[in-house]
Design a protein around this ligand. Structure first.
Ligand SMILES: Cc1ncc(COP(=O)(O)O)c(C=O)c1O
Length: 390
C-alpha cells in the first residue's frame, strides 16, 4: 500500500501545491513518515498522545463495585453536559442502545417505534428482540432522518385491543442520523416527539451516537437538544475520537436499572478508568474541533460534486458524513474506486456498487481532503489536478 505522510505532505505543500512534486519532494528528502488517510468512519481514530498520557496516569479502581474515580468523573461530566441526572459508561453504542431500550421496555412483548433506517433497527443484530423480547415497530425514516409525527402517532397501539397488540412503550430517534448522511434532528422536532411521547405515556430514547456533531452543526447545546428525551446513548469513540466506549444518560432510577443490566450483558468492566480517562480528554480537546470536521466534510462534498461522473447531495451534508454516487455510465464501480484509493493510502467505505461513504474526523486535515479530491478526480477522469485539489 502506498502510504501518505501527513507531516511530509504538509511540509511539502508549503513549497508546492502540486500533487506530483509532493511525491518527488518526499522521495528526495526521504523523510516519508507513513500515514493512511482513513475516511471509512469516525470510529477509526487513534488515541492522541494526550489521551495515551491520561490513560497511563488514570486513577482506577473496580468499576463494577462503583469505585473507579475516573469513571465517576466521566459520568458526572456527561450527566452535566447532557442535562440529565446520571450517566453510565458502557463498552459500545450498541450496548448503550440495547440497555436503554430494555430498561424502558422491561416487560417482554413491549413495542418500540423506531425509524426503518435507524442504526438500532438495521445494524444492532436485532438485539432488542433477540435478547430483550422487545418488538420493533419500524416506521419510515424521511431523507432528513425524521419520522413524520403523524406516522409515529398512528403507529402507537390502541390499548383497547391489547388481546392482539403488543403494548407501545418507547419511541427511538437518532441524532445525527447516520444512514441519511449525518443529518440533524432539530430541537423543535425533538421537542414535538417528546410531547407526543408524554401525551401517550411513552418514553423517548435518542441514539445520540453523534449528538455532539448535531449540537455543533445546529449550534444548540447538547443538554437543550436532548431535553425532551428520557435517555440518550452517546458514543465517545465516533466524532469525539476517544478509543472506546459510550455513555448512557437519564434519571437516577434509569441509570440504577441500567447498571444492573450492563452487568447482566457482560458489560461491567473493572479498572475502566483507563478508558474513561481518554474520553475525558476527547471531550475537552475534540468537541471544539467538530465544526472544522463539518467544514472539511462540506469542502469534500463540494469538490466531489465538481468531478465528472460523481454526484453529491450537498444540502444533506450537515455534519461529518458524506455519501456520494457514481453516476450511471461511469467506467468505475465503488469497489474499484475504493481499491484505487487504497493504492494512494486513502481508505473509503463502498456502500453499494455505485455509492461510497466518507466520514471526516479530527485526524483528517484540510490538506488530506484536497489530496483525496485530487486522487478521486484522477481515478474518475484520468486528469491530474494542477493545484492538488479539485
Ligand atoms: C448512529 C449509531 N448508533 C449506534 C452505533 C453503535 O455504536 P458501536 O459501534 O459503538 O456499537 C453506531 C455505530 O456506528 C451508529 O452509527
Amino acid at each position: 500500500m502506498h502510504r501518505v505522510s501527513i507531516y511530509t505532505h504538509d511540509v511539502a505543500t508549503q513549497f508546492t501545491s502540486h500533487l506530483f512534486p509532493l511525491y518527488i519532494f518526499c522521495d528526495i528528502t526521504r523523510q516519508m513518515v507513513t500515514r493512511t488517510i482513513d475516511l471509512r468512519s469516525d470510529t477509526v481514530t487513534k488515541p492522541t498522545e494526550t489521551m495515551r498520557l491520561a490513560m497511563a496516569k488514570a486513577e482506577v479502581d473496580d468499576d463494577v463495585l462503583v469505585y473507579d474515580p475516573t469513571a465517576r468523573q466521566l459520568e458526572k461530566e456527561m450527566a452535566r453536559v447532557t442535562g440529565k441526572e446520571a450517566a453510565l459508561f458502557v463498552p459500545s453504542g450498541t450496548m448503550g442502545n440495547l440497555i436503554s431500550v430494555l430498561v424502558h421496555c422491561e416487560i417482554r412483548g413491549s413495542e418500540v417505534i423506531l425509524g426503518d433506517n435507524s442504526h438500532i433497527h438495521i445494524y444492532e443484530n436485532g438485539g432488542i428482540s433477540t435478547l430483550g423480547g422487545v418488538h420493533p415497530r419500524p416506521v419510515k425514516n424521511n431523507d432528513d432522518g425524521t419520522i413524520d409525527i403523524g406516522l409515529i402517532e398512528s403507529s402507537i397501539r390502541n390499548p383497547d385491543f391489547e388481546i392482539c397488540y403488543p403494548k407501545t412503550r418507547l419511541i427511538c430517534l437518532e441524532n445525527s442520523h447516520a444512514n441519511t448522511g449525518g443529518r440533524c434532528l432539530s430541537v423543535e422536532y425533538t421537542d414535538q416527539v417528546g410531547e407526543l411521547a408524554k401525551k401517550h405515556g411513552l418514553k423517548l430514547h435518542i441514539d445520540g451516537a453523534r449528538i455532539f456533531n448535531a449540537s455543533a452543526a445546529l449550534k444548540v447545546p447538547v443538554d437543550r437538544l436532548v431535553r425532551a428525551a428520557d435517555s440518550v446513548s452517546v458514543c465517545l469513540s465516533k466524532g469525539l475520537g476517544a478509543p472506546v466506549g459510550s455513555v448512557i444518560v437519564g434519571t437516577e432510577a434509569f441509570i440504577a436499572r441500567a447498571r444492573i443490566l450492563r452487568k447482566t450483558l457482560g458489560g461491567g468492566m473493572r479498572q475502566v478508568g483507563v478508558l474513561c480517562a481518554a474520553a475525558l480528554v476527547a471531550l475537552q480537546e475534540n468537541v471544539p474541533k467538530l465544526v472544522t470536521d463539518h467544514k472539511n466534510a462540506k469542502t469534500l462534498a463540494e469538490g466531489l460534486n465538481k468531478i465528472k461522473g460523481l454526484s453529491v447531495d450537498i444540502a444533506s451534508v450537515e455534519t461529518n458524513i458524506v455519501y456520494f454516487e457514481i453516476l450511471k455510465g461511469s467506467h468505475i464501480t465503488a469497489l474499484k474506486l475504493g481499491k484505487i484509493m487504497e493504492e494512494h493510502g486513502i481508505l473509503l467505505m463502498p456502500d453499494s456498487s455505485s455509492r461510497v461513504r466518507i466520514v471526516i474526523h479530527h485526524q483528517v486535515s484540510a490538506s488530506d481532503v484536497q489530496y483525496t479530491l485530487s486522487c478521486i478526480k484522477q481515478a474518475m477522469t484520468g486528469v491530474t489536478d494542477e493545484n492538488g485539489g479539485s
